[in-house]
Unconditional design. Sequence first.
Lengths: 317, 287
Amino acid sequence: MGHYLIKRLFWFIPVLWITLTLLFFLLQIVPGDPIRAAFGDQKALSEEQIQTLRTQLGLDKPLPVRYVKWLWDAARLDLGISFYTAATVKEQLGARIPITAGLVILSILIVIFLSVPCGVVAGFYHDKWPDWTLRIVSTLFISLPHFWIAVVAIMALLLLRGTALSIEYFNIFTHPFDAAKQLILPAFIMALRPFGVGTRMIRSALIEILQEDFIRTARAKGLTEKLIIRRHALPNAFVPVITFYGLESIVLIGAAVVIERIFGLPGIGSLVVQAASSRDLYVLQGSILVLLVFALFINLAIDLLYAVLDPRVKYEE
Amino acid sequence: MKNDRKQRRWIQKFLVLGMEEPLGAVGILLLIGLLTLAVASPLLTQRDPVTTTISKVFRPPSNEFWFGTDQLGRDVWSRFVYGSRTSLIVGVGSVVLASVAGGLLGIFSGLMGGKVDLYLQRFVDALLAMPAIVLAILIMAVLGSSVFNTVLAIAVAYFPRINRLTRSTAVVLRESLFVESAKVAGASKIRISLHHVAPNCIGPWLVYASALLGTAFLAEATLSFLGMGVPPPTPSWGRDLSENLTRFEFAPWLCIFPGIGISMAVFAANFLGDSLRNILDPRLKKI
């Protein structure tokens, strides 16, 4: 277990490096350079001003130098400045991280705590009414675009209560309950699709496992159905599903970008959208980097969970 | 007469499909509807979707304007009809690009094996670690918004998944007996990959591509919704929806119809993808 943990933590570094490299080179394909992309068409800056900015930001240096500088700056968490407000990217990100982190983590928790019991119920009552209901519901949730559900939810709130969106947001780390109350609706809407897929997966994994020989043995021993599900079937059904939760949490980070924009949540996602539409490329680069690191951390956590739940991983060298 | 019988057989086949996979049949019908909207747009509406009429703004749905008009007096029905074109062109275009590029690269990587495979797949790993929609947003910001760039961005964001899938199929096929015998017979690498490996990858590849169609429709709507994607004034359901969110209270029709359009397209593609998977992957059907 300890061995696996250390190995997994070391693996984090090369993945982070590849991600940083990829992010750097993606921004290199901007036609012209970032300054021209942001201001070029508007003729807001004179040619001299552009040149001065280029020198200031080090854009006149050759590619390898800029690449090393980017890695070094990223290691020191210096992510550059915004073209428009001149605030450092780090400053802008600070207050936004808790909102996005809270939203995504809350959403993952909702997915896990809803899809596991629902999947078990559907699998256990295979082809009976609870199964059919859950299958229809999950198909619906998988197919409905989440931003359309969000729009409809906001409209409904507007019509019912007259207000839908908060002005001030609480920090999830200092005021967990107040923040969770504000984030619960968007987190729930984000959770619908992965809930649908997760329920389906647990259901079919459980159905398959309940036909295995060792379950028959357990029944023959006279164990109760409850115990069979909890002790024998579920741990086995979980293993493929955990991988799915890991992949799905990456998708949830993507969904957060859209949902934050709709609900007006001042998280990293809305910063990504704002920076992308104004082509404020350093802010975009920095905020996407934070999202990616967040995705890597979630995957790390899921992998460690995997090790806890799957006995085979523990003994692996 | 013969033609008539042929036609009836078609209908029969469709009815059988409808019995076994009712949602898939609904998906096909909806997609045919979408295709009709896109192909026959000039027949379905006489009004131009981008012409503004300042004297006729915010008209609710009526006999004259079926879906009402927007803040610039543009006919919402026309924008709905022409919006299907954008959705279909970008959706199908990006799926074709992603699945052809991802498929070929996957077969290449799987057949080459060794170092090429290793490094190529680590690169794909890094792409897979990113949320696809964020990657698409990044590419749109870098390239600027246009129809072609939207197709490109969605394709780049989703090709790693197809790549992984065809690669794993190709790796299995590489070790199979018939590839071995083709090698012994002296077939070239290109011949082996195109004549022997590629045809056997088509099943899973097709299933994944069809599942991707719904995602691509949604991605286009999302990008346009966020203000990237297809540039105005080109009609796009996603953009029309986001532009009119603030007007929902007094002009709900401006949000409802584009929303229905997006939902129907995504629904149709997902239903079809699900049914195709059930039909082509018998292992799943059993459970």
